[in-house]
Design a protein around this ligand. Sequence first.
Ligand code: GRF
Length: 198
Amino acid sequence: PRVGVLISGRGSNMEALIKAAKAPDFPAEIVLVLSNKPEAAGLEIARALGVAAEAVPAKPFGKDREAHERALDAKLQEAGVEIVCLAGYMRLLTPYLVNRWAGRMLNIHPSLLPEFPGLDTHARAIEAGAAKHGCTVHLVTEGMDEGPVVAQAEVPVLPNDTEDALAARVLAQEHIIYPRALAELARKIRLPQAASHS
Ligand code: GRF
């Protein structure tokens, strides 16, 4: 399947997905990166890795979030995208885009969901005195950071951990599980088609 990645910033998970998908046996291809932020560093990284990347700013659409999503979706359709990966995409989605991509949209979240949905997960995990923290790849549904879990990785919270140190430990795991989760979904989506040809 052809994959589109939505980002808003740094793009390190996007980079991990693009690099993993270059392996000859990887079951999906990253064909497009879109950002709601023109200044997102990830756009340049994607282009340097040979992937088409463009910004679709939300501003011209004002408060009409669905209109912005229709613009994003048009680009995805045009590129023949079949799976969407949210990778640090910092806008809440409306039911429009979620329903359109039901079962075919993944998100990565830096916590062991259902613990710590939302922002500032690392600081909150330290604050709560959690012994373990980590990251989750899940299918996107209408509730924020909800939806069936596809992959999870745990890291320890160390004594005197700082938010940055913990975030870096988690991020290293994000870069491992996101490509794995994408491969799993890609194989599942490909199966029914393969069967119909046999
Ligand atoms: C990651 O921690 C991801 O889990 C969260 O936002 C961050 C994005 O980082 N959703 P990057 O843009 O992939 O480097």
